[in-house]
Design a protein around this ligand. Structure first.
Ligand SMILES: [Zn+2]
Length: 187
């Protein structure tokens, strides 16, 4: 999670704004490295571990055709989310499949809660994740859900999709552990 990807490994294939090819056959490189931006990410290193807060480096690219700046986050992270994809999968499974309450689950993925910093605040992140999942905008590989589904239903179905994506399935592995690994793959 703290490993910085090499520039050429994560360079966008084409500009998402103007669709200019990143590596035209005859011509200059379209997406140029534009520096790094540090991001704080919450979540356990592995399913069931103590939560951590780590600093990761997102790489920025600038399109030489239209000037758009594209931020590429390391594998296992979702754009604009403060929690790792795996931690989000864990939360959705704990809430959606096991009926755990958000204060309990929050302490499992956020180290600040252990220290008491954020314990008093109402935790809105799971509702935002569920609403994004309903629109198909949480995990890029998963589809959208019906607009009439309740948050509980969306959480449950998203968690089951993540469980199904996990390659580590074996009898007796708890669903949140499977969803944790499936979510890392879905990011
Ligand atoms: Zn562009």
């Amino acid at each position: 999670m703290t490993v910085l990807p090499m520039v050429q490994h994560v360079r966008p294939a084409r500009c998402p704004c103007c669709d200019a090819a990143s590596r035209p056959v005859n011509g200059p490189l379209g997406m140029r490295g534009h520096g790094l931006r540090a991001r704080q990410v919450y979540g356990p290193h592995d399913a069931g571990d103590a939560p951590q807060q780590v600093t990761v480096q997102a790489r920025r690219y600038r399109c030489t055709a239209c000037g758009a700046v594209v931020v590429v986050v390391p594998r296992g992270l979702l754009p604009r989310r403060r929690y790792s994809a795996a931690a989000i999968g864990w939360v959705l499974a704990r809430v959606g499949l096991e009926g755990a309450t958000t204060p309990v689950v929050r302490a499992e993925v956020c180290s600040a809660v252990v220290l008491g910093v954020a314990a008093a605040e109402r935790w809105l992140a799971p509702s935002r994740w569920i609403d994004a999942s309903r629109r198909g905008q949480l995990f890029p590989r998963l589809g959208r859900h019906g607009a009439d589904s309740t948050r509980a239903q969306v959480a449950e179905r998203t968690a089951m999709q993540l469980v199904a994506l996990s390659a580590r399935g074996s009898a007796g592995t708890p669903a949140p552990h499977l969803a944790f690994h499936g979510a890392a793959l879905a990011a």
